[in-house]
Ligand binder design. Structure first.
Ligand code: FMN
Length: 152
């Protein structure tokens, strides 16, 4: 059984809605893919070791990923890098008007784990619209489908 981990932080709810849509998309691949949807504060190295693919979802705060998501990465780095996890990953960023700084920062951080990017980062600016939630659902679905098909 392949495993997908979604780790997110959300202060005012937008990222959480996007992460939940991604989880709903992943659940459509119900055969062969197990899912964990966790807030960054609740997720740890054991969850990273458990998964075959990882979706990180965060607001952009002050041009970076939210501190709570960064803290999850800080906390798990030594364990993860020791195991050379090389998991597939994708990003969802919720931003007021930009999002590029968070993508740049996270792309750089995960190179050290290492993680392999398997989808274009999804940046949603402003309140997520129905179309944005659909794009998040597609991201989750694509990750789960890729796992199920053995692509990553
Ligand atoms: C402290 C703080 C800093 C922020 N900095 C940025 C920023 O640098 N760039 C940006 O586009 N939006 C910024 N925003 C807006 C949030 O990224 C945006 O509202 C996001 O959708 C919030 O996600 P959430 O509802 O999941 O908490 C900031 C918001 C807060 C509270």
């Amino acid at each position: 059984m392949k495993k997908l981990l979604i780790v997110y932080h959300s202060q005012s709810g937008s990222t959480e809605r996007l992460a939940r849509s991604a989880a709903a998309g992943a659940r459509e691949e119900e055969e062969g893919v197990e899912l964990r949807l966790l807030r960054a504060a609740e997720a740890g190295a054991a969850d990273l070791a458990w998964c075959d693919a990882l979706l990180l979802a965060t607001p952009e705060n002050f041009g970076y990923a939210a501190g709570a998501l960064k803290e999850f990465l800080d906390r798990t780095f030594y364990t993860a890098s020791a195991h050379e996890l090389n998991r597939a990953y994708a990003l969802i960023i919720s931003a007021g008007n930009d999002g590029s700084g968070a993508v740049r920062q996270l792309t750089r951080i995960v190179r050290g784990y290492p993680l392999r990017e398997v989808a274009e980062p999804l940046i949603v600016r402003g309140e997520p619209s129905a179309a944005d939630l659909e794009r998040a659902r597609e991201t989750g679905h694509a990750l789960a489908a890729g796992l199920q098909l053995g692509i990553f």
